[in-house]
Design a binder for this molecule. Structure first.
Ligand code: ADP
Length: 236
């Protein structure tokens, strides 16, 4: 049994096929990267997993249970958390309260939620900013907050969408350190990034897609050297 399996995923928006018969599995404990040029279907795959959109056809399994038939709010409860490409914290709330909002998806007890939020804020290096309004944070810290909110839902599988987009090399390096730390804490990760360089350094395995379909899956070096991957990126 795979930890996570996507079988024959298809998503059509009207006449446009955004995801075309995609198959992949993710092993527990790995960092699994999905790369592809802009518009290739990466975010749509996340939206399908997190049930923002219904599948046109296909099946998704998590820990042996079919999850594509569940309503969106149950996805978090089965242990899948996600961040968004466009970060959207609750702007006028403090950093700590934002993370607590994530924790409340798991517990209704204020004390427990606060303790969890404090632990996660510390883990993510956000302690110095815990009382700041979310809207006052610069982008790299907002992205960190977005990850913290997702972690507060206690995911076993975390979906990270373009965590390094818009970050400079030093900020990206810091984000990557945090992602590695999350994996070391036992969370399996699927990460979507446009930047191939970032993905090469962080992923155990990579799925390369274009036009919503698979080009290849494998170790980062194999994928980066694949002629069709090179072609897809040159044309981007
Ligand atoms: P990526 O994340 O790789 O940049 P997306 O998954 O955002 O790609 O988009 C894949 C394709 O699906 C694009 O052609 C995009 O315009 C289309 N698409 C994405 N979301 C929607 C939507 N809600 N309605 C219509 N088309 C969409």
């Amino acid at each position: 049994m795979s930890f996570f399996a996507a079988n024959n995923l298809v998503k059509q928006f009207g006449g446009l096929t955004a995801v075309a018969n995609l198959n992949f599995t993710v092993n527990q404990g790995e960092i699994f990267g999905i790369i592809g040029p802009n518009g290739s279907g990466k975010t749509t795959v996340f939206n399908l997993i997190s049930r923002f959109f219904p599948l046109t056809s296909g099946e998704i399994y998590f820990k042996g249970k079919r999850i594509d038939t569940l309503p969106a709010h149950k996805i978090c409860q089965v242990g899948i958390g996600r961040t968004f490409q466009v970060v959207k914290p609750l702007k006028r709330m403090s950093v700590l309260d934002n993370v607590m909002a994530g924790a409340f998806l798991r517990t209704s007890q204020v004390g427990k939620a606060r303790a969890k939020a404090k632990e996660i804020v510390h883990f993510c290096g956000l302690e110095p900013y815990k009382d700041f309004e979310a809207k006052s944070l610069p982008i790299p810290l907002r992205k960190r907050l977005e990850i913290a909110r997702a972690l507060a839902t206690e995911p076993e599988l975390l979906l990270l969408d373009e965590t390094c987009a818009g970050l400079n090399p030093k900020e990206s390096e810091e984000a990557i350190l945090l992602i590695r730390k999350i994996r070391e804490a036992g969370v399996t990760i699927i990460i979507v990034e446009h930047l191939m360089k970032v993905m090469m350094g962080i992923s155990d395995r990579i799925l390369a897609i274009n036009f919503g379909g698979q080009i290849t899956t494998g170790a980062p070096k194999e994928v980066a050297g694949h002629p069709e991957v090179i072609k897809a990126y040159l044309g981007d």
